[in-house]
Design a protein around this ligand. Structure first.
Ligand SMILES: Cc1cc2nc3c(=O)[nH]c(=O)nc-3n(C[C@H](O)[C@H](O)[C@H](O)COP(=O)(O)OP(=O)(O)OC[C@H]3O[C@@H](n4cnc5c(N)ncnc54)[C@H](O)[C@@H]3O)c2cc1C
Length: 319
């Protein structure tokens, strides 16, 4: 397996718990990945709108809801608001959330005119990635650090019958797959001044996306969505704008202690790539397989269990 973000670790857990011998190799270990930067809340975003995505989201919602009963996973069910500065249609994707309902416009933060309230899984990603890595290790899986030049090199160097490719935005060069591009997201991580509800202010022509995701002890504040930008360096002006926007949502954030600045690259692709192919491409087959699971855009956590289980089925159908 290649990649130790949420896609790689979840797929590895599915395979190892099914009894397969699994080794994950990754350029960045879990806490250094884009996955570790995410807010993160269940809800598809910057990903294809299709029946299969709806199915993967629903499957993942069920798993995350179960994991939320165990505090050690980093997953909790949190209530909150998605709001907009213009009339905002009922979000169709939120249909599986049983308590979805309109927000009283009079009690929205200044500038917002419409909103929806709901309860969804909110995931403290560093804790969750540690949980997945621990679960992989208990199932006998191995995790090793080290970048690989290309998929072709990985196929040549490995003797594994199946190689699973979960390289996120890295797939653009690694596969190579020019249809993958980054959507840069910068966040500010602050001490939580007592916030218990999430808030998402959707972006429009004049305002950037703005969000607050509370975790135990810290809050993740965002955000940005810059297509085609590969820079992993946090920008001070962007951080100042994020903090000002979030303080407009909850004034306590104006004085919150800043812990960290992080940047992640959402792996955008017109469609998620979840399929198996001959490891030798169009060449003479050696009977080995590559299974791809990447290109989840801004919804990699939201799709993670549905996609991982499908990728695992592709691997196991090959045995
Ligand atoms: C600011 C921000 C907020 C987000 N919020 C949410 C949210 O609320 N909900 C949600 O569902 N999603 C959210 N996302 C999107 C989500 O984070 C991504 O879709 C998801 O993390 C992608 O996971 P991944 O495992 O495919 O990729 P990554 O986490 O990027 O992991 C890729 C792995 O592949 C490895 N790799 C790549 N190339 C190579 C190579 N050549 N050799 C070896 N290893 C390689 C990397 O080192 C890494 O280990 C957010 C993203 C950002 C940036």
């Amino acid at each position: 397996m290649i990649g130790a973000g949420v896609a790689g670790l979840t797929t590895a857990v599915c395979l190892a718990e099914a009894g397969l011998a699994v080794t994950v190799q990754a350029g960045q270990l879990p806490r250094q990945t884009t996955s570790a930067v995410a807010g993160a809340i269940w809800g598809p975003h910057l990903v294809e709108n299709s029946d299969r995505v709806t199915r993967w989201c629903a499957e993942t919602l069920e798993v995350l809801t179960t994991l939320a009963t165990d505090p050690g996973t980093g997953v909790r069910l949190v209530s909150g608001t998605q709001a907009a500065r213009a009339p905002h249609p009922r979000p169709d994707w939120a249909a599986p959330l049983r308590d979805l309902g309109p927000h009283d416009p009079a009690s929205l933060p200044p500038g917002f005119v419409a909103g929806w309230r709901y309860t969804a899984p909110v995931v403290s990603m560093p804790v969750y990635l540690d949980y997945l890595a621990g679960r992989l290790s208990r199932a006998g899986g191995q995790l090793t650090a080290g970048p690989l030049d290309s998929l072709a090199q990985a196929v040549r160097q490995s003797t594994a019958p199946v190689i699973v490719n979960c390289t996120g935005a890295g797939a653009r060069d690694f596969v190579p797959d020019p249809s993958v591009s980054p959507v840069r997201g910068q966040v500010v991580i602050a001490e939580n001044p007592g916030i218990t509800e999430f808030f998402i202010g959707v972006g429009d022509e004049t305002h950037e996306l703005c969000y607050v995701f509370p975790h135990q002890g810290r809050v993740v504040l965002g955000g940005t969505e810059i297509p085609g930008d590969w820079s992993l360096e946090p920008r001070p002006a962007t951080a100042r704008r994020i903090l000002a926007d979030c303080a407009g949502i909850d004034p306590r954030l104006g004085a919150a202690w800043i812990l960290e600045h992080r940047v992640g690259l959402r792996p955008a692709r017109p469609q998620v790539r979840l399929e198996a192919e001959n490891a030798d491409g169009d060449g003479p087959g050696t009977g080995r397989l590559v299974v791809h699971n990447y290109g989840h855009g801004g919804g990699g956590i939201t799709l993670s269990w549905g996609c991982a289980r499908e990728a695992a089925r592709l691997v196991m159908s090959f045995r």
